[in-house]
Unconditional design. Structure first.
Length: 85
């Protein structure tokens, strides 16, 4: 009888964990789908249509950081999805 009660307790804890993970996944998906970034257009010379080297380097670094953040978010979502099943 005690074994059944222990099993039921573990099953209840597992259900709570699954519900929590499901909520977290929904929040992460919502965050990814509804993220709006404020983007300022770079100051481009109208005569040459070029961007300064410093601005280009800054934008390239920002782009790299954003790609890494997206990759981390996708990894985390996939990790949570694998463990919900």
């Amino acid at each position: 009888m005690e074994g059944i009660q222990e099993f039921e307790n573990r099953a209840n804890k597992a259900e709570v964990i699954i519900e929590d993970l499901t909520k977290r996944i929904a929040q992460l998906e919502d965050k990814l789908l509804n993220t709006k970034a404020v983007v300022e257009a770079p100051k481009v010379s109208s005569s040459t249509e070029t961007v300064s080297a410093a601005l280009y380097k800054e934008l390239l670094e920002e782009n790299t950081k954003l790609k890494a953040e997206v990759d981390r978010s996708h990894y985390r979502i996939n990790h949570l999805l694998r463990h919900v099943k």
